[in-house]
Design a protein around this ligand. Structure first.
Ligand SMILES: Cc1cc2nc3c(=O)[nH]c(=O)nc-3n(C[C@H](O)[C@H](O)[C@H](O)COP(=O)(O)O)c2cc1C
Ligand code: SF4
Ligand code: SF4
Length: 353
């Protein structure tokens, strides 16, 4: 039915690459040449030479109830083509509590890319979420190896069934099962896309174990880290894919929990509430529109204050006392707060390319 398969993928910690490998591996076994291509920032996808019988897939993680901005940007640049068949597979935050596998939530992570592709003339033949282990270790410790492997085994079966159906020409809209919930959380995905993600990159710091090897800078898929004062500095381009933190050979990257809590408390509570309360007097404009003014201050000044604050903290990190304070008040420094990366065996390509 298909002459070849091309899968475009983006990944932070390997989950989406594992899914791309499983699907490509299945098609290769059926004699269909398969190729997987990494989505890179500012790279325009070349699909002009692709024939009508090519199947295209997109595999990527879910970030803030949406597809990562780098993926949305790639789709935006994708040339229009009528009738080319495509599928989507977004990885989500899977967990296992006791013996129960719990799913993540896609939000707009399928709806938005599917809509963009459909508007460009592509034919969506399937979309499916895949609940691989959650990699958001700024929020929770990395899962235990045993749990990681059992989640992978389960997902491998799920992705195989998905591949079978797509290969045999069936349509798979499994992603629609969660549509009501996905729509409920869609305001959060918009908030994350337009605001929250810029603040998240400013939660990372490199501790004293960092030997300035530069690996995190080299590997960051969106070029968001640079050296400042001889230490890694996270810019607002960061998409919080978690690659750097999970693959630093010195385990030197932490989420600065105390610093973040302080900065966010200042920006989202203390500063806007104090300014508005100061301006509001009986019945005047500021007291009548109190909540609105608080929100306007947050949206206007929030990010610039966070960026400036992070710059100051980065400068102060060169002082031993300050750097120890930040590191010792970060939960990610604890040994039990594991790091996460997809097991190596799932990242090996088992297909033609
Ligand atoms: C910043 C961030 C936001 C995330 N948001 C979501 C989300 O909205 N829903 C979800 O199910 N998982 C979410 N996750 C979890 C990842 O989507 C999930 O672990 C995914 O499998 C990682 O894939 P990767 O290894 O290919 O990067 C988030 C992870 C990060 C780091
Ligand atoms: S990879 Fe780790 S040790 Fe190397 S520069 Fe980055 S933070 Fe430092
Ligand atoms: S800085 Fe780290 S978390 Fe941010 S996009 Fe780059 S690799 Fe991912």
């Amino acid at each position: 039915m298909y002459s070849n398969l091309i899968i475009y993928y983006f990944t932070g910690t390997g989950n989406a690459l594992a899914v791309a490998n499983w699907i490509a591996g299945y098609f290769s076994k059926k004699g269909i040449p398969s190729q997987i291509i990494k989505i890179e920032k500012n790279k325009i996808p070349e699909i002009d030479a692709i024939s009508e019988s090519t199947l295209i897939g997109f595999c990527y993680p879910t970030h803030g109830f949406n597809a990562p901005p780098v993926v949305l940007d790639f789709l935006r640049k994708l040339p229009r083509r009528k009738g080319i068949k495509v599928f989507l597979a977004n990885t989500r935050a899977g967990m296992k509590i006791s013996k129960i596998f719990t799913p993540g939530l896609s939000g707009l992570a399928q709806i938005c890319p599917a809509l963009m592709l459909w508007l460009k003339g592509y034919k969506i033949i399937g979309f499916r979420p895949v609940d691989l282990p959650s990699n958001w270790i700024s929020l929770h410790p990395g899962l235990r190896q045993k749990v990681v492997f059992s989640i992978f085994l389960r997902c491998e079966r799920i992705v195989k069934r998905f591949s079978e159906k797509i290969y045999s020409g069936k349509k798979v809209y499994r992603g629609l099962f969660d549509l009501p919930l996905d729509l409920v959380v869609s305001p959060v995905s918009l908030g994350y896309f337009f605001y929250g993600r810029f603040a998240l990159g400013k939660t990372f710091i490199a501790n004293h174990k960092c030997n300035s090897c530069g690996l995190c800078i080299k590997q960051c898929p969106v070029g968001a880290i640079g050296f400042k004062q001889g230490r890694p500095f996270w810019s607002s381009k960061c998409e919080s894919c978690m690659q750097c933190m999970n693959s630093c050979p010195k385990r030197a990257i932490e989420t600065a929990h105390l610093l973040t809590a302080l900065l966010w408390w200042l920006v989202f509570s203390l500063i806007p509430v104090t300014i508005t309360s100061y301006l509001a007097h009986d019945g005047n404009f500021f007291s009548q529109h109190y909540t609105l003014i608080v929100w306007i201050i947050i949206f206007t000044f929030g990010l610039p204050v966070i960026f400036r604050g992070y710059k100051i903290f980065h400068f102060l990190m060169k002082y031993k006392f300050f750097s120890s304070l930040i590191v010792y008040t970060s939960l990610t420094r604890f040994k039990f707060w594991r790091r996460y990366y997809a097991p190596k065996k799932y990242l090996k390509q088992s297909h033609s390319s």
